[in-house]
Design a protein around this ligand. Structure first.
Ligand code: DQA
Length: 147
């Protein structure tokens, strides 16, 4: 099985941006962690990061056309206002888990709204990078239950 791990804007700046919120580990560290966790689970992941909304929409479409089994997505700021990304998630109808490194419910009011999670099977927030491992477990559990 293969899963696409999509990260949105400014997540390439992990380790530099707001380290008090997102921690000191980098995007490369994140991909290393989730790749080795996927190996343990005998599945593969393909990482994708973009700061551009349309590129994220295109990546979601290609997950469908390239036969991916599911998507882990941290749409970052787009979470809170991108109907285009929500529509793309709904269009491909692949199981999708939304992850946030921080707890979006304990921060600014505007972060409490997630448009994109309305197309996802669930949402994990506030557990740091570990949330991506939880998302992979959740996807595998979901696929097993529904096959
Ligand atoms: C984030 C939370 C978003 O509100 C923010 O815009 C991000 C990162 C997180 O992972 O905690 O860029 O998605």
């Amino acid at each position: 099985m293969k899963f696409m791990v999509i990260n949105g804007p400014n997540l390439d700046m992990l380790g530099i941006r707001e380290v008090n919120i997102y921690g000191g580990d980098t995007y490369a560290n994140l991909i290393e962690m989730i790749t080795s966790y996927a190996e343990e689970k005998n599945v593969s992941i393909v990482p994708f990061q973009s700061n551009i909304e349309g590129e994220i929409v295109n990546a979601i479409h290609s997950a469908y056309f390239d036969g991916f089994d599911g998507i882990i997505i941290n749409p970052a700021a787009y979470t809170h206002y991108s109907i285009a990304i929500l529509d793309a998630i709904k269009a491909v109808n692949l199981p999708c888990v939304e992850v946030h490194i921080s707890n979006i419910n304990s921060r600014d009011e505007f972060r409490k709204i997630s448009y994109t999670s309305q197309g996802c099977i669930g949402i994990i927030a506030g557990f740091g990078f570990f949330g991506y491992k939880m998302a992979l477990d959740a996807l595998l559990n979901h696929i097993q239950k529904n096959s």
